[in-house]
Design a protein around this ligand. Structure first.
Ligand code: MG
Length: 264
């Protein structure tokens, strides 16, 4: 496994060719849970420079509606790739594009909730996550956010129990997220790029992230950037980022944005 090089070693020409910046939100745009002004300003400056800006997140649809509407972004991929939202300012309407049609989503939701209710009974101390009301596709089981923390092993057992029922399950630091369907962040990101900004190649796209769940994105995009706090996870990441910033979280993202804008 190759260790990431400092972002200062990215060739100038490579930076100058970037047409889209995809970025994780938690611990990549945020620092200790907050979105610093620097990171938000970086999004705004990139967007103003004509670069497509697209957050890619596991966060719920309700948040993504707000982000697509109000942030300086071209759109957002949410709930681990279940959809993208894009606000069309000229037409004054929100485009909501899902990986599954409405009938499939309803059917999957019914199946998923049956399984989720069993999980709550089988694993005492878990609860449906507080942000569930704002989700459309996945169910989030809380094991560490608003319930007294349960060990990570319990979360892994929950994920296995969900997978045994045919669901996809992902363990984050606070929730186990589960859904039916083959979607993922990478597939929906590529769809967004093609359908919304007419980008079909990965060479002109960069991806910023911070953790093992960003590995498929780091692996796909050659110009992959880890913010400095990715360092402790490097041994655990199947595809580490190609480059790393010196600053953490949102400040690290701003550092990369500065470099990108200077290359124009
Ligand atoms: Mg993250």
């Amino acid at each position: 496994v190759k260790s990431p090089r400092p972002i200062s070693s990215i060739p100038k020409a490579r930076l100058a060719g970037v047409r889209a910046v995809l970025t994780d939100i938690d611990d990549t745009l945020t620092t200790h849970g907050k979105l610093p002004a620097k990171a938000y300003a970086a999004l705004e400056r990139l967007h103003a420079a004509g670069i497509a800006v697209v957050p890619i997140t596991g966060r719920p649809a309700g948040w993504c509606d707000h982000i697509a509407r109000m942030w300086p972004v071209n759109g957002v991929v949410g709930e681990n790739g279940a959809f993208y939202f894009r606000y069309d300012a000229a037409a004054r309407c929100m485009d909501r594009v899902y990986s599954q049609d409405a009938a499939t989503r309803t059917m999957n939701a019914d199946r998923l909730w049956k399984i989720a209710r069993d999980i709550l009974k089988k694993f005492p101390g878990t609860a449906i996550a507080s942000d569930q009301a704002y989700r459309e596709i996945d169910v989030a089981i809380d094991f560490c956010e608003d319930v007294p923390p349960l060990p990570l092993e319990t979360a892994q057992e929950i994920a296995l129990a969900l997978e045994a029922q045919g669901a996809t399950a992902k363990v984050s630091s606070i929730h186990v997220n589960a859904w039916f369907g083959a979607h993922d962040k990478l597939g929906m990101s590529l769809r967004f790029l093609e359908e919304c900004v007419e980008i079909n190649d990965q060479e002109t796209v960069s991806y910023c992230g911070d953790s093992p769940n960003d590995a498929p994105m780091f692996g796909y995009f050659d110009l992959s950037i880890g913010v400095a706090n990715v360092q402790p996870f490097l041994g655990l990441i199947e595809h580490p980022p190609a480059y790393i910033t010196t600053a953490q979280g949102g400040e690290g993202f701003a550092e990369f944005a500065d470099m990108l804008l200077k290359s124009r």
